[in-house]
Write a protein that binds this ligand. Sequence first.
Ligand SMILES: Cc1cc2nc3c(=O)[nH]c(=O)nc-3n(C[C@H](O)[C@H](O)[C@H](O)COP(=O)(O)OP(=O)(O)OC[C@H]3O[C@@H](n4cnc5c(N)ncnc54)[C@H](O)[C@@H]3O)c2cc1C
Length: 465
Amino acid sequence: MADMNYDLIVIGGGPGGYVAAIRAAQLGLSTAVVERENLGGICLNWGCIPTKALLRSAEVLRNAKHAAEYGLVIQNPSFDLDKVVQRSRKVAGQLNGGVKHLLKKNKVAVIEGEAKLLGKGQVAVTKGGAAVGTFGAKNIIIATGARARTLPGLEDDGNLVWTYRKAMTPNTTPKSLLVIGSGAIGIEFASFYNELGAKVTVVEVMDRILPVEDEEISTFARKQFEKQGMRIITNGKAGNLRKGADSVTVAVEANGKTEDITVDRVILAVGIAPNTENLGLENTKVQTDRGHIKTNANCQTDEPGVYAIGDVTGAPWLAHKASHEGVIAVEHIAGKHPHALDVRNIPGCTYSHPQIASVGLTEKKAKEAGYEVRVGRFPFIGNGKAIALGEADGMVKTVFDAKTGELLGAHMVGAEVTELIQGYTVAKTMETTEQELMQTVFPHPTLSEMMHESVLDAYGRAIHF
Ligand SMILES: Cc1cc2nc3c(=O)[nH]c(=O)nc-3n(C[C@H](O)[C@H](O)[C@H](O)COP(=O)(O)OP(=O)(O)OC[C@H]3O[C@@H](n4cnc5c(N)ncnc54)[C@H](O)[C@@H]3O)c2cc1C
């Protein structure tokens, strides 16, 4: 006998789970969320938000250091690491409280503890090993997210070798740092610590940093990071980790040579692993593929009445993808006919300095997909607002289908591009062509004018370059 029955139980209160629960409540479903740690999940507590708070501190410090360029006098700008971290934790705490409030307002029950599927719409919840109860649900959404992946021989110890949780709550600023992995998470930490004065080396196994981004954008970003003093090793493999009292030596193999690199701390940013253990999947027909739960376009698993969303279902591992899938799953449960999510319309952002943002196909991927492309480019140096801001390094690149004029992809590097990309995301979702984009009026002076100019350039009409 269940202690309580719901229309929907959501396992995991991250941006996938809590958004799904609120949408379910809006649609009149009696809903509970089971959360074993913090409402808001990784994103609000240990991911998107606290890292952006840290990066904001780094940005303010950088601006203070460059104050003279703006005619301002700020002597010896410095930082207090504890206070930087405290601010980041406070921001995370505030948002965690906000999610609690939203769930309460929407009358979503929150069950604290670890959930396990028992099959047949039953979920057992325990806390600290003790039973909390057994709950019944007509439908279940698995939104258990993911955690940092480690590699054999490259495990974190929370002291000398960090993954993201420790990397965002350091008690000391490393003088030197090796970041293994150059996806968004690795690059954001590399950028943060570089701004704080650490000597940062990044090792990437692929032939370029930010490997999912357009090649030109990766190359541009790399040059900027190197100009800021970072050392970047691509086609590099890190291994043979040896720990000293307060340092770590890592063997980095690249271009046929092996080099020992000794640093104060190592950050592992080599991807994430889905949270599917001890979830009782064996009591269901739910299938996995390399650990990630397999789902269809409506987020249904192979077990009737069981859905899965967000990081636990695989790439792209992004909060907005998790939330969007949450809404799709719930609307399907409620008998609506949600639009399937087109992965090519999911923007991706990296909040380093410079920022990187993109949506859709890279030039290379578009060509590989058989498109004949028209490519537009516009440099930040040609934009009045960028120069006024003192942010003249960057570029905007657009990729069009030469035959139809459809916008296939947009790729940006430079100041505030993580805010700008949404303009192209709306355009792409609406299957816009170059005509509508050219006819759109962009406000002056804004960085967004570069988005216009890049489109114009694809058709040989750029004005300011
Ligand atoms: C350092 C870092 C920076 C990031 N920055 C960004 C960014 O800028 N933008 C972006 O879009 N994404 C970013 N991400 C990724 C983002 O955090 C994830 O994509 C997002 O959190 C996924 O949401 P989710 O709901 O699928 O899972 P999660 O946020 O991981 O939430 C899952 C929740 O389920 C709970 N749970 C797990 N198992 C159980 C169980 N058995 N019972 C009960 N509860 C359970 C967990 O405690 C967790 O709270 C970042 C990630 C990291 C690590």
